[in-house]
Design a protein around this ligand. Structure first.
Ligand code: 4AD
Ligand code: MG
Length: 432
């Protein structure tokens, strides 16, 4: 008998097959039991009818505890009453491993309790849907960049540089020398772009963020492309095409997951229409001041209410351009006509999800970069290699970083970034 995955039920209607999985839930009345079965690919219902299977199998079905692992034999049928559309008419049940007092029951649990049981919470249908969407966005990322001539470069995680500022670093001892967990692979990717033209990285990055918000993780995955001979306007076009492509792929391949999460698919579809609006930092400040945010001043960082207002104003992802130099990292290209702003853009997601991409055109010029290092009190010896790039054929180049978990949180339409990571690392949370 063929072992199939629940997700492939459609291809096996009318066949007798086996499913290897776990009992997610169960209810029974006198002569019929309904088993909610999950096998990692999807969830569906197993129907056990006493008159068909006999007393022994029926009693076994009724005795199964939540999360008992089983191999079920039965016939795949259409089930028009369920969202999934298929069920299995159970003929036989083999118990593989028992389960006792599974702590996560179908009733409501508090967030701390669920976070303490993250290793088990991952088994729920909601978490399953979110991880499917995350997986699809990762797959789409590779497809998007691989089909556009980018090559994947893996920057180091242990590093001596701190391009995004020195306040949020995880320090570690590297054989007596100070090292950090990487905040971004960017500087290494710039070196790689000078070697390979178009590169991208996709890996974990770390920020010792002291902020306890629904957008901040201390460990998150960043997708970072870097492109030689590409000016910032072209980079913005790639950013919006990339985001729209990820959403198209999720709409196409994660229909069921979006239904489980109750995500508005028409709204998601509207985010695939390009271009995304662009607004300058200057105009964004004016817009905020004219709309009740009187105390925001030019040179202030935007907080989450400001970002939410701007994004809602456009009901689309929006680029904010040309930020003040004073609040931007040292590596950003100064504006050609103004010395107070840099060629940077943040992409703000709609619906209050905040910044999902930070990007810029990169500064070139040995002397300029030397000055910036000094101004930021960064140690020349740690960046000598980076400055070398300016001695041997420097070219205009641009890049950006998309925070995977923030993007997944938005596309999934969930409340908090912690559910977009399988084992999230947050302020005061490193267990499990
Ligand atoms: O804006 P950031 O700090 O940009 C960089 O690190 C650049 N060096 C990237 C580049 O140009 N190659 O971070 C990029 C993105 C943010 O827009 C956000 O989506 C995400 O990373 N991010 C976080 N996500 C979760 N938790 C945090 N603490 C995050 N900090 C940044
Ligand atoms: Mg940023």
């Amino acid at each position: 008998m063929e072992r199939i995955r629940i997700i492939d039920s459609k291809k096996h209607v009318g066949e007798v097959v086996t499913i290897a999985g776990w009992i997610a839930n169960k209810r029974s009345s006198g002569k019929i039991a309904f088993l909610q079965i999950r096998d990692g690919s999807a969830f569906f219902q197993g129907v056990v009818v006493k008159n068909e299977v006999g007393e022994e199998v029926f009693d076994l079905a009724k005795s199964l505890n939540q999360e008992t692992s089983v191999i079920i034999t039965g016939e795949i049928r259409e089930d028009t009453r369920s969202k999934f559309g298929y069920e299995i008419g159970v003929q036989g049940i083999e118990v593989v491993g028992e389960s006792h007092d599974y702590p996560i029951t179908p009733k409501e649990h508090g967030t701390d309790f669920l976070m303490d049981h993250r290793h088990l919470w991952l088994r729920s249908s909601r978490q399953h849907a979110i991880m499917q969407i995350r997986n699809e966005m990762i797959r789409a990322t590779y497809e998007f960049f691989n089909t556009r001539g980018f090559i994947k470069i893996d920057p180091p995680i242990l590093t001596s540089s701190a391009p995004e500022g020195t306040t949020e670093l995880f320090h570690t001892d590297y054989f007596g020398e100070e090292a950090y967990l990487s905040q971004t692979g960017q500087l290494y990717l710039e070196a790689a772009a000078m070697a390979f033209g178009k590169v991208f990285s996709f890996g974990p990055t770390f920020r010792a963020e002291k902020s306890k918000t629904r957008r901040h993780l201390t460990e998150f995955w960043m997708m970072e492309p870097e492109m030689a001979f590409v000016k910032h306007d072209e980079s913005l076009e790639i950013q919006e095409q990339y985001v729209a492509f990820m959403i198209e792929c999720v709409l196409e391949n994660c229909d069921y997951a979006l239904d489980v999460l109750g995500r508005d698919k028409d709204l998601l579809k509207s985010y695939t229409e390009l271009p995304y609006p662009r607004i300058s930092y200057d105009d964004a400040v004016t817009l905020l001041q004219e709309n009740g945010f009187e105390d925001i001043e030019w040179d202030d960082d935007f907080g989450s209410p400001h970002e939410t207002f701007i994004a809602n104003h456009f009901s689309k992802p929006v680029f904010i351009l040309n930020f003040p130099k004073s609040m931007s990292p040292f590596y950003m290209k100064p504006h050609p006509d103004r010395d107070d702003v840099v060629i940077r853009a943040d992409m703000i997601a709609p619906e209050g999800y905040g910044e999902i991409i930070g990007g810029s055109e990169r500064a070139i010029g040995y002397d300029y970069l030397m000055e910036q290092l000094e101004k930021d009190q960064l140690n020349y010896d740690d960046y000598a290699w980076y400055l070398d790039l300016n001695k041997y054929g420097p070219v205009p180049h641009s890049g950006f970083g998309l925070g995977l978990e923030r993007a997944v949180t938005w596309v999934s339409g969930i409340e908090h970034v912690r559910e977009a990571s399988p084992f999230p690392r947050l302020l005061h949370r490193i267990y499990p």
